[in-house]
Design a protein around this ligand. Structure first.
Ligand code: GAL
Length: 365
């Protein structure tokens, strides 16, 4: 009588009690989760946090990995469609290639939640659950700016995978903070002729970003990052080294990049950024090998994704704030904040909050 609009809920008292006595929505078998790869520690964190959160809520949902392959990802989605899921939570391996999988899900009447990475060029995405990725890049850039004194500081830029929309957003955030300090001579870019050619521009188009990313991409891969850094260091002169400032896009690549800078005899000191608060990088920060990371509380992202999925199963509209354009539509976004972490606040942020245990590390008491 109420949901149909025949009467108004405000005409009665006691409806709230009726509402809360309703049986909880059945989640088991109705939500499918697809994550990009087990090869990047970030996604193992997400898997663990998903399992913890699902268990705590008494829910059951399948989690499949695409192992870095868009074809495998498509297979995973097809399998979940066949199983009859109603909501798909998917973090794409390749943001544009995943459009086909999202389209197939939409055709089957499934609601699609793009998780952490945005699926591009399709109208089949209902929600985007994400961190504030521009702030991630801005915090990385700001860290370097805050530590630099004088002029002519050597700056090395590295980026994520060009197939990942986030790589563009992170770079955009970092550029917004670094560019004015490149323009005023505080930093001098040492490893990207494309970035040097564009250094006068405060805001870059996606195509311009793509040119730079194409030159400094790590592909989110440790070995690619290592090889690229070594190649950069081989072609740089001793004068291009000294006390260096390094924009590294995430922790996995940051450790490879830091190791390479650390073993170059002409490098006197190196400040390397990161992201994800991976355990291995927290140890690097404690040991002074990586300068900072950006903590993205995966528990929040998982909670938001599960919350949105359950709301959709209940026929409700998840509360979104703002939107991200995916090249085709504006996707309503549910976004969480990020925290810049270095030696000074690592304990307060990651240990005291219960995210990690002090005993996971050496040197944190
Ligand atoms: C990004 C993600 C980051 C990072 C990276 C590598 O899309 O937002 O947190 O880990 O992928 O997997």
């Amino acid at each position: 009588m109420i949901d149909s609009g025949y009467y108004q809920a405000t005409d009665f008292t006691g409806l709230d009690a009726l509402e809360s006595s309703k049986a909880p929505v059945e989640v088991g078998g109705k939500v499918g989760i697809v994550l990009p790869t087990k090869d990047e520690p970030r996604w193992i964190q997400d898997e663990t946090r998903f399992r913890d959160a699902l268990k705590a809520a008494g829910y059951d949902a399948e989690i499949l990995f695409s192992q870095g392959s868009s074809a495998k990802e498509q297979e995973n989605v097809e399998a979940l469609i066949t199983k009859g899921v109603k909501v798909l939570i998917i973090c794409p391996q390749d943001g544009t290639a995943a459009a086909a999988a999202a389209d197939a899900a939409k055709k089957a009447g499934i609601k699609v939640i793009s998780y952490d990475r945005l699926i591009r060029e399709t109208d089949a995405v209902d929600y985007y659950v994400t961190f504030d990725s521009k702030a991630v890049g801005a915090q990385q850039g700001q860290y370097l700016v805050d530590k630099a004194t004088g002029k002519g500081n050597p700056l090395y830029l590295y980026a994520g995978a060009a197939s990942d929309n986030n790589a563009f957003v992170f770079f955009d955030g970092a550029w917004s903070v670094l560019q004015p300090k490149i323009a005023d001579g505080t930093f001098v870019i040492k490893n990207s002729s494309e970035a040097v050619a564009l250094q006068g521009k405060a805001t870059l188009t996606r195509d311009e970003q793509a040119k730079i990313i194409g030159q400094v991409t790590t592909n989110w891969d440790f070995n690619t990052a290592k090889n690229l850094t070594e190649a950069n260091l081989t072609s740089a002169t001793a004068a291009d080294k000294g006390n260096v400032f390094v924009l590294a896009p995430n922790d996995g690549t940051a450790r490879a990049i830091a190791d390479s800078f650390g073993s170059d005899k002409d490098v006197k000191s190196y400040l390397v950024t990161g992201q994800d608060a991976e355990k291995a990088s927290i140890q690097y920060i404690v040991d002074g090998k990586q300068a900072m990371t950006v903590f993205k509380d995966v528990r929040t992202l998982v909670k938001d994704a599960i919350g949105a999925a359950v709301a959709l199963l209940e026929g409700k509209t998840p509360t979104a704030k703002g939107s991200y354009n995916n090249g085709k539509i504006d996707v309503p976004a549910i976004q969480s904040p990020v925290v810049s972490v270095d030696k000074a606040n690592v304990k307060a942020t990651l240990i005291d909050s219960g995210y990690y245990q002090a005993t996971d590390f050496t040197g944190i008491k």
